[in-house]
Design a protein around this ligand. Structure first.
Ligand code: ZN
Length: 88
């Protein structure tokens, strides 16, 4: 089943959900606030282009609702994680 990315305007939260292709255009309830979230087509493109890096880009998007300090912290931890991965 394909995985689609959704964006909740209410709480600025991105999340992924797998569902049948026939239901791809249907809206999805946000897991945080239960409001209706919409498909995020831009993130779907990122998934196709970058594959497994999508998780990182999702975290980066979700970090945009935090202050700049927290965002930098998150980015640093992501960079750190990538460095560790490259050692293997
Ligand atoms: Zn929400």
């Amino acid at each position: 089943m394909p995985i689609y990315t959704f964006y909740c305007e209410k709480c600025s939260h991105y999340f992924e959900k797998s569902r049948p292709m026939a239901e791809a255009e249907r809206s999805q309830h946000c897991p945080l606030c239960q409001c209706i979230a919409q498909r995020d087509y831009a993130s779907d493109n990122i998934r196709i282009a970058e594959g497994p890096k999508t998780l990182g880009s999702l975290a980066d998007k979700n970090a945009s609702k935090f202050g700049s300090e927290q965002k930098k912290e998150l980015q640093d931890s992501l960079i750190h994680r990538k460095k560790n991965e490259s050692k293997n």
